[in-house]
Each structure stands twice: as C-alpha cells, then as structure tokens.
Design a protein around this ligand. Sequence first.
Ligand code: FAD
Ligand code: DLZ
Length: 509
Amino acid sequence: MQSLHLILGDQLSPNISSLQDCDASKDVVMLAEVVSEATYVKHHKQKLVLVFSAMRHFADELRDSGYTVHYTTLADDDNTGSLRGEVERVAKELDTKRIVVTKPSEYRVLKDIDGWEEVLNVEVDMREDTRWLCSIDEFDEWAKGRKSLRMEHFYREMRRKTGWLMEGLKPAGGKWNYDAQNRKSLPKSIRIPERKRFEPDSVTQEVIGLVEDRFADHFGDLDSFGWAVTRTDALQVLDDFVENYLTRYGDFQDALKRGNPFLFHSTLSAYINIGLLSPKEACERVLDAYNQGNAPLAAVEGFVRQILGWREFMRGVYWAKMPEYEKSNFFSADGHLPDLYWTADTELVCMQQALESTREHAYAHHIQRLMVTGNFALLAGISPSEIEEWYLAVYIDAYEWVELPNTHGMALFADGGVLSTKPYAASGSYINRMSDYCSTCKFNPRSRTGEDACPFNYLYWNFMIGNEDLLRSNPRMGLTYSNMDRISQDERSEIVQQADEFLSSIGVS
Ligand code: FAD
Ligand code: DLZ
C-alpha cells in the first residue's frame, strides 16, 4: 500500500523516523506551509522565513535524493490552511489511506494528530522522534518516584549513559559541573569575532516577500535576516562556533554587553530545533575539539550541559507534565504584558537592549531571556500566559516544548518549583555585575528607592514583600529574607508605593 509520509516544519532531518522505510518508488513525502501553524501565535517574521525557507530547501534535497515530494506553499490556491486539511486533501488526491509521521514536538499538534484516524478515516503510523538523546520513556523512568526533578541529577545520568566527558565512572577533571567558571563579566578589551551571516538566496528572497506580504502585522524586522536555511550552512555555523567562539563560551556564558546580543553563544538552537543539526552531532563536534586539545574543559562541559542537560531535561519535563503544566500560577500573577515588550520603548537600558535585539534578530541570549526580560516579568507580576505567549512569538527558536518549561518553570517559577528550588529573582545589582548596561542607564543600580532608583531594585523588594507567605519558608530564600528584615517598615511602604506607581505607569496594573 502506498504511504504518505508527513514531515513537519521542525522535522527537517534526513534521518527522521518518518522517512525510514519510505519507499521512494511508490510512497510520497509531503510538507505543507499552513496558515494555522504560522499564526497559532504571531511568530516573529524571521522565524516564519527560516521555517518556510528551510522547508522548501529540505523538500528540494529530498527530491534530489529520489523521493517524490508533495509540497504545498502558502500561496497555493487550494491550500486548506491547516495540517489536518492538507493531509486530508493530499491523501484524497493520491487515494492513499496510510499516513506516516514522526511524533510532533508540541502537545497541541499531538492532540490534533491523535484524532486523524477517526476524523480522516486513515491509518496513522506515528513514530517516536529518535533525534533525542533521551527518549520520553527513559525520562519518565528517571523521573518516576522522584519528589523533585533537578536538571543536575538528570544530567549526570545522561553523562554516564553517553560516556561524554567521563573518565571511567568519574567526570572528566573530577567535577560534573563547571558552572562556577561560567560567570565572568566581560573585560572591556575583549574582541568578539564578527557573526557569520548568510545572504538570502532566491528561495529565501521569495519567502521574505511572502512573509512581508501576508504577515505584515507580525513582530520583528526582516532586513537583518541572515540565518542559515540549509543543513550545509547550519554546519558552517557549528564549525564557526567551534573555531571562533567555543574557547570563550564557558567564561562569558552569563555576560551581557551593549550592542552585542550574541557574544560567545552558539546561536545553534534555531537549527537544532528544526532538525537541520542534531543535538548529538553538535555535542560530538565540540567534544572532538576538546579531545584534540583545542577547547578548555569548562567551555566544553558548559556547552554539553546546555544540550545534553538542559535541552533534554526541559523536553522531558514538558511531556511528563503537559497539559496541566501550563495552568499553574504559583504567585497568582495577573499583571498585563506592557507594550514596552513589543516596542522596546523603555529607559531601562538592559530591557531596551534585550528587546531591540529580539526585534532585530529574533534572538536574545539565555541570560537576557532569564535575568532581564524574564526576571522583569517575574518581579512585575505579569500573568504567565501573557508573557509565555510573548516568548513563543518572538524568538527564532521558539517551540512550546522548550519555551514553556523555560518561561513557566525557570523564569517565572509559576510551577511552584517543579524544576528549580527557588525563583531566579534578582535586583539591579546582578545586572550591573554581569553587564556594561548600567553605566549608561539613567537609573542607579545602587538605589533602592527614590527618583533615580533602578526599577529592578524596588520591584525586587516589592516582590519579596508581596510573596513573603509563599517564599519565606523556602530554605534557599533565608538570606534574602534576613536582608529584608533589615529594611525598615517606612522604607518597605515606600518600596511598595514606588513599585505600584511604576507598574501602573507602564500598563502592568
Ligand atoms: P547557547 O548558549 O549557545 O547554548 C547551546 C545550546 O544549548 C542552545 O543552542 C540550546 O539548544 C541549548 N540550551 C541552552 N540553554 C537551554 C535551556 N535553558 N533550555 C533548552 N535548551 C537550552 N530555547 C529554545 O531553544 N527555544 C525557546 O523558545 C526558548 N525559550 C526560552 C525562554 C526563556 C524565558 C528562557 C530563560 C530560556 C529559553 N530558551 C529557549 C533557552 C535558551 O535561552 C536558548 O536555548 C538559547 O538562548 C539559544 O541561544 P544559543 O543557541 O546561542 O545558546
Ligand atoms: C513553526 C512552523 C511554522 C511557522 N509553519 C509551519 C508550517 O507551515 N508547516 C509545518 O509543517 N510546520 C510549521 N511550523 C513548525 C510546526 O509548528 C511544528 O512542527 C509543530 O509545532 C510541532 O509540534
């Protein structure tokens, strides 16, 4: 029987399980650009261009390898606008009743595909996504019976399983984690190599036109689009990272610098998340550099931890906890997302830098997402669903399986501690220590109240005061609350009043 092999826009890997046993002499592979996937949140224009252009290039590569490919473009007159509609239409056209698909990365899409056998009257052969380093079953087995899920414990298991950075049963260098060496601030004199950009080819140019035309009201600039859209080019980004950035990656992983959102980060998430690169090959390339003596252990361990540890862990938590996960709201936060997240119109230099780079590149690095925009949302009491929708919309690499645990869990602590022991709340002094932002900001990171006080400072203490019932008993918050105990009642009232006025002035409350 002929089968129809559906490849989703984040499954652009030649070894994807849905292509295994695809018989090029009779089966058909299908990809479909659909408006429902482009608009379930209003994705950044650059993300739309990346996904559509990468899908088109991938379809061409499949054709070159001998597959028959059915490709629906967004502009096709008969495009039904949804994945289900396209599968139904193409299956009817081909008179086939068998659909093969790799399990989607997001719960929303899985629920839809789960209904296809009944609604479309077809057989659906849904296969595990084997590109992961830890299967969902393995993660569940690891998580079973644990009171709390901690990335560090999971990561050690994964190091043992893969044998990466292991010397027998012991971690290379004697330590599992070199996080403490990943927190240096950036020296003024440091040279940061220029980022590789890819000039849009004719396929990408056509997609840029399409996106400008049909998604004009979506967020983000398109002029600066320079992302790789093929596996060949994504491999160049990986090489470039290993050759020019990796040695410094560990040292400056948490640093923040005006005018440079990329620093020594890899920018690989977008490519790994849509399948142009595999997490395994990215780690192995970095491990090769270490084994050849070309990169220090702290940098290599830091990178491997992000992928083998955090990336796999977040995906495991997502599937273990959905759909209930997104509903929790530990702090009962209900503030509105202020317009400044879209406009970058703020006098806070740290926020403005993160938000402008988000608009210009659909990128901000981890500490910008966590400790600047995420920390602000936490301290300001912005409703989890509003800020989560924003994170899902604005980044080139955003998919719910990774955005949600990072935002809901790590940045907002809205899950009450499923994946971290305490909120990542920080005042202006953290940002001052890690960045060169505050020296040009009108606010003073050393003042807690008053006209020149950094809003992160009074928002931080306002958050601690407002959530004392929920946080004081947390053993990891002891120091914070003993510091708070030294703040007089008068100053606390001032803090609360200034925070209220500020939040209402920006439209949160
Ligand atoms: P690098 O610093 O070079 O890290 C290397 C790789 O490790 C990344 O490419 C990525 O694949 C992986 N990685 C690093 N940190 C994480 C993490 N916390 N979780 C999962 N993988 C990680 N990442 C996404 O891929 N998509 C998202 O939608 C996303 N949303 C986020 C939202 C918030 C609030 C926060 C705090 C983090 C989010 N992250 C997300 C994680 C992280 O910020 C990005 O993966 C990273 O900034 C991507 O840039 P990079 O490739 O240069 O990363
Ligand atoms: C992100 C995205 C976008 C913007 N468009 C499409 C599309 O038109 N067709 C498609 O197959 N996939 C697209 N994707 C990726 C999907 O959203 C992604 O595969 C699912 O979210 C996985 O659950």
